[in-house]
Structure formats: C-alpha cells, structure tokens
Design a protein around this ligand. Structure first.
Ligand code: THU
Length: 135
C-alpha cells in the first residue's frame, strides 16, 4: 500500500471542502481492496446537522460506484494535529470494513499515525446485534 500517495490524495481533497460555518477543512482518501482510491471532503449545511464529514463523503462515493471493500482511509484536517474520525464516521466505516481497516491520521505525508478501526470503535453495533428477542 502506498501510504504517501493516499495521504497526498486526502490533502488534495481538502481543497474542495465546503466549510462556510466552521472554516475547518477535512479531506479523506479511501483505498479499496481492489486498489482504487475515492476521495472526500466535508460539505457543510446551514442546517448544521445536514453536514457530511469528509470520511463519509468518500465512503458514499465509493459505495455508490459499487465498491464496498476497503483496506485503508487517510484523513487530514486543518487542526494541525492528527484528526480522528467522528463517531458517526466510525460507525459508517464499520458497516463496510472490519476491525483491521487501517485508519491513517495524517498531518503530512511524512507525519502520520496508523490506527485500526477496531481500536477506534471497539464493540461496534453491527448487524449481528439486530436479532430481535421477542417474548
Ligand atoms: N469533520 C469531518 O469532516 N470529519 C470528522 O471526522 C470530524 C469533523 C467536519 C465536520 C464539520 O464540517 C467540521 O469538520 C467541524 O466539525
């Protein structure tokens, strides 16, 4: 896996962030198991709850094009420090990836930290928990 390239794509994707409310840009680059890269940025809305994070933008772009198997995601934000994905994005990632997904928190192509989705979201709610128990 070319981590440098994935991080560079995440940093590039940040350029398209639509952030008139927070002024806080985030970019993400998602690597499929087949080797394709889907990028995403955060897209805000005046109704703040309708905002979409960079990570989910990347996941939804990939899934909408038929890709559902992922090996890594790189994330870069404007905070100047490793930016961890929010809780909703962790849950969305866990829908399509197992605990081994590599989450690359990148300040730059040279300065990054790799953590697994399992570490970020232990005990995730999954389809296994959907079985109803009726009396
Ligand atoms: N944001 C992301 O894009 N990804 C995250 O994981 C954390 C938060 C965005 C949402 C909003 O546009 C801005 O950062 C401030 O919360």
């Amino acid at each position: 896996m070319d981590i440098t390239n994935l991080i560079e794509k995440a940093i590039e994707a940040k350029e398209n962030a639509y952030v008139p409310y927070s002024n806080f840009r985030v970019g993400a680059a998602l690597l499929t198991k087949s080797g394709k890269i889907y990028t995403g940025c955060n897209i805000e809305n005046v109704s703040y709850g309708a905002t979409n994070c960079a990570e989910r933008t990347a996941v939804f772009k990939a899934v909408s094009e038929g890709e559902k198997e992922f090996q890594a995601i790189a994330i870069n934000g404007d905070n100047g420090d490793y930016l961890p994905p929010c809780g909703i994005c962790r849950q969305v990632l866990s829908e399509f990836a197992d605990d081994s997904l590599k989450v690359i928190l990148a300040n730059s192509a040279e300065d990054y930290k790799v953590i697994s989705l399992g570490e970020l979201l232990p005990g995730a709610f999954s389809s296994k928990n959907l079985n109803c128990v009726t009396t």
